[in-house]
Ligand binder design. Structure first.
Ligand code: NAD
Length: 245
């Protein structure tokens, strides 16, 4: 059932978001036909079909996934939210629904945007590898549900059933149109609230340029084949060296 590997019809769930839009633009440039599935439409682009809907709604997903062989899942509630029920519903139940819809629609590959925070236990990690265990005490509810989400997606990888999955784990994505990271830092600094350091100033933090995340997502999608070693695995994606913060 892996006959249509060359198909360039893909869908980006969360394609109206910061990362999603960068991904969509790069995919178009590489000759893909792109459907965006999102609860909101934030832009218009030639070559992109928008489907407005909630990823917890399987029927809505099935409409958007018709004829699609590759799905990128980059939707999530804002990490800063404290709405536990929303994280649970969208990141866990919703991901379950996405996987079901993908199976029913005959999608062959699912590429998840996970997060490097799934292995963060509160202490610095340098040169952290993918064999680090999941955090036993995730730092917040967002991360807790990102862990469950990643497990669900990787577990769904099944060559017999014809669905292959992989996850990419960025941290602190920055780049043009970033709505959160840099604007919030700048705003906090302007208000004079950046005078305090938690710890002794040697804590490590990693940031990832948005184009590197997009590159990792497309590379993993294009390398995903029944025989490839990346099936059902997660990969950290970083810039180079972590920053002292
Ligand atoms: P974003 O908020 O800009 O984009 C997320 C998109 O998901 C939005 O367009 C939103 O409308 C959509 N969405 C939310 N709930 C939905 C639902 N129920 N149904 C359909 N669409 C829904 O966020 P982003 O920074 O682009 O993040 C994209 C992905 O990357 C997320 O999975 C996030 O967890 C992950 N991630 C982001 C960062 C970062 O620093 N930005 C770091 C690590 C991982």
């Amino acid at each position: 059932s892996f006959s249509a590997w060359s198909s360039k019809r893909c869908a980006v769930i969360g394609g109206s978001g910061f990362l999603g839009r960068h991904l969509v633009e790069k995919l178009l440039g590489k000759g893909y036909t792109v459907s965006v599935f999102d609860i909101r439409q934030s832009y218009e682009l030639p070559g992109v079909t928008f489907h407005q809907g909630d990823l917890c709604d399987k029927q809505a997903l099935l409409t958007a996934l018709q004829g699609v062989s590759l799905v990128f899942h980059c939707a999530s509630p804002a990490p800063a939210s404290d709405d536990k029920a929303l994280f649970q519903r969208v990141n866990i139940q919703g991901t379950h629904t996405v996987l079901q819809a993908c199976t029913e629609a005959g999608v062959q590959k699912v590429v998840l945007t996970s997060s490097a925070s799934v292995v963060f236990e509160g202490t610095d990690i340098k040169d952290g590898r993918e064999d680090l265990p999941y955090a036993k005490k995730p730092i917040d509810y967002y991360t807790e549900t990102k862990i469950e989400q990643e497990k669900l997606v990787l577990k769904a990888c099944d060559k017999e059933k014809g669905l292959l999955t992989v996850a990419i784990r960025p941290h602190g994505i920055f780049g043009p149109r970033d709505p959160q990271l840099v604007p919030i830092l700048v705003d906090t600094a302007r208000r004079g609230n950046m005078k305090f350091i938690i710890g002794d100033g040697s804590n490590l933090v990693d940031f990832t340029f948005v184009d590197n995340v997009v590159h990792g997502l497309i590379l993993s999608a294009e390398s995903l084949r029944p025989e490839s070693p990346i099936c059902g695995k997660a990969y950290h994606i970083t810039n180079d060296e972590p920053v002292r913060f």
